[in-house]
Design a protein around this ligand. Sequence first.
Ligand code: GTP
Ligand code: MG
Length: 137
Amino acid sequence: GNRTFTMIKPDAVANGHIGGILNMINEAGFRIVAMKMTQLSAAKAGEFYAVHKERPFYGELVEFMSSGHIVAAILEKDNAVEAFRKLIGATNPANAEEGTIRKKYAESIGRNAVHGSDSDENAQIEGDFFFSGLEKF
Ligand code: GTP
Ligand code: MG
């Protein structure tokens, strides 16, 4: 697949890192197909992360993801899902490699600056969650 979906999470937005993160995304060769800033309700955040609802951190995750503005975007590049997960780095910034977005901007495993889809199927579902057909050309 050539598309993935990302969110700049509330920690990174609040800390003024939208520009720095978008710059890293551009420098890595992704085209921004669609982008918007919004705030998720707890219900919407819960729906987005429903796959994690049995995990012990689910409540904390939903509370955090609905705590402030996020920037949602659809990105295009060859092999986009894998390429983008490589750019963002490990979920826990303590394990993230030098040169990754999470190494530079994440505060902790919970407040980890960015989301990246984990499969082509989820990239499609997550992009559709935020954007209408007219917005993603
Ligand atoms: P996403 O791109 O956000 O989906 O991250 P990921 O694919 O690297 O990790 P995963 O899908 O397994 O977990 C989703 C999100 O849940 C992570 O990005 C973290 O923000 C959060 N999370 C995962 N594990 C923990 C944890 O142990 N504690 C807390 N507080 N949050 C966690
Ligand atoms: Mg994930």
